[in-house]
Design a protein around this ligand. Structure first.
Ligand SMILES: Nc1nc2c(c(=O)[nH]1)N[C@@H](CN(C=O)c1ccc(C(=O)N[C@@H](CCC(=O)O)C(=O)O)cc1)CN2
Length: 294
């Protein structure tokens, strides 16, 4: 049976470390870190994630700046708001909740966020540096950074291991594969055009599943003893639940946990760590900004 990696518990430990840093900053400089949470439209999932981020800020003494824009807002207006946050000295991190409505070009908006405040790590220059040997971005994207932190804190070594990332999205799959490469793993990316993904995944010592396909990865696809990090958050119908649905990952947890060495559950695995990593990035950014401008 696999060791189940409790993302909530690890996130709680990191949150208390962050709270200490926030207190120190406040004692030393009389300043608190500030995070702008920008959300466009009324998507229920985005509202819920933005709400979690705001609540976590309040719990740790980080000031959140809420920018709520209507679904129909123009790209120009959204960019104007980002520019205002870029020059606000109390804002040390800016995140634009994704996905954005179809009429807005995400890349254009993300490119307008000041590099020093790009706590999501999605600015093309930060991603570009992640892809370059010997260069480090100012911020690492939260979910991929959370995956690596969960592996490290669980005692899973990455160097020299075979890692397979399932999915190649800009916000998880691609940066996760670059981070594993930076940590000296041998990395393969499996995606929707890969033939026989199961045989490739079966070779992996480390699997990061970020395909957005409910329970796609079966127990017999997993190499015995492998570390399995499940990023999927898929809602599937469940008439036994009051909500009418339940969340499942990209991995068939019941099967895979009988074979893997380590596995993250959904919910309660990578998700809570994503929000915590964002707070960590915000405090790092605030420290850098406050120390440079003091
Ligand atoms: N600007 C960003 N947009 C998005 C990101 C991101 O990192 N930056 N990632 C995802 C959504 N996301 C954060 O924004 C996120 C997803 C899931 C969770 C989480 O804690 N999930 C829980 C379950 C929550 C529930 O019950 O509904 C879990 O897995 O335990 C947090 C944040 C896309 N957009």
């Amino acid at each position: 049976m696999a060791t189940v990696i409790d993302g909530k518990a690890v996130a709680q430990i990191i949150r208390s470390e962050i709270a200490d840093e926030v207190r120190l900053l406040s004692q030393k400089y009389g300043k608190v870190p500030g995070l702008a949470v920008v959300i466009v439209g009324n998507r229920k999932d985005s509202q819920s994630y933005a709400g979690m981020k705001r609540k976590a800020c309040a719990e740790l003494g980080i000031k959140s700046f809420d920018v709520d824009l209507p679904e129909q807002v123009s790209q120009a207006e959204l960019i104007k708001q980002v520019h205002e946050l870029n020059v606000n000295p109390d804002v040390h991190g800016i995140l634009v909740q994704l996905p954005l409505p179809k009429h807005i070009n995400e890349e254009k908006v993300l490119t307008e966020i000041s590099l020093e405040k790009d706590v999501d790590g999605f600015h093309p220059l930060n991603i570009g540096k992640l892809a370059m040997k010997g260069r480090d971005p100012l911020f690492l994207p939260c979910t991929p950074k959370a995956c690596i932190e969960l592996l490290q804190r669980s005692g899973v070594s990455i160097k020299g291991k075979k890692a397979v990332v399932v999915g190649r999205s800009n916000i998880v799959g691609l940066p996760a594969s670059l981070l594993l490469l930076k940590a000296d793993a041998t990395v393969t990316i499996v995606h929707s055009h890969t033939s026989q993904p199961e045989s490739i995944i079966h070779e992996a010592d480390i699997v990061i599943a970020a395909a957005g396909q409910p329970m796609m990865i079966k127990g017999n696809w997993i190499k015995p003893g492998a570390a399995v990090i499940d990023v999927g958050t898929n809602a599937v119908d469940d008439p036994t639940k009051k909500s009418g649905y339940r969340l499942v990952g990209d991995v068939d947890f019941e099967e895979a946990s009988k074979v893997a060495g380590w596995i993250t559950p959904v919910p309660g695995g990578v998700g809570p760590m994503t929000v915590t990593t964002l707070l960590k990035n915000t405090v790092e950014g605030a420290k850098r900004y406050i120390e440079q401008n003091n």
